[in-house]
Design a protein around this ligand. Sequence first.
Ligand code: PLP
Length: 286
Amino acid sequence: MSDIVYLNGEYMPLSEARIPVLDRGFIFGDGVYEVIPVYSRNPFRLPEHLARFRRSHDAIRLANPFSDEEWTGLVDELIARNAGEDQSIYLQVTRGVAKRDHAFPSNTQPTVFGMSNLLTTPAKEAIENGVAAITANDFRWLKCDVKSTSLLGNCLLRQAAADAGALEVVMFRDGHLTEGSSSNVFVVADDTIFAPPKDNLVLPGITYDVVIELAQRHRLPCRIGPVSEEAVRNADEIWVTSSTKEVLAVTTLDGRPVGNGKPGPVFRRMHQLYQEFKRTVMRQAA
Ligand code: PLP
């Protein structure tokens, strides 16, 4: 857990960070956030994360309190003040403190918070054997492209997976794949990678973009478009991707094996490409 956090202009020990109970983040989940992986003390894809953060602010009509340069300075400072070569930087902005009323308050200062956690990427065992997932109906709202702190739907779905001893939940809406509770989902059939489009029903994952860029660069067949529930259930491979999970193979879905029940060859290639890409980017940043 973070030793030193940022709260409203100050760096302080986590144990000293306090917000008033009327903060709209606490009362309504009225805020947006970002999670940025840090490898060897270098933030990965920071401009892309900050661009998504800007879009999240715009989507909820919240003025972004900082420029990208200022956010970059804050991220660098959090990395410097916390231990760990590999960290996960969490940034959150809420609409601030105001008398409880659903309509937006006028002239309220946003609450700005940042912390660092140690980055725990998947264990070797999970990479080599894959993980379990369950399926569920995606009952969340229709603005899943916004990285909002209102995550109750995602929490309920993730807990359903945890109750079933699974790592993630693969969701369907109207017969089509959307995403996981905290990851994007890809499938492979006949050596082709399929991904749902980045519309309002999924979070536009930064890792999703990296995976698609790598597939294109290395000429792995890849198609972006609606993926039917049937296609997922009959897939040779299923992957989940996120900044902290990177690329992970799902090897059982609702207790049944995916393909032959082992991480498939396209996953193994993509996992290798992702690790190489990460190392190259970090070497350039160092
Ligand atoms: N989808 C959801 C709902 C998420 O919460 C996340 C990340 O936490 C992702 C997808 C993956 O996004 P990223 O690759 O930017 O971490």
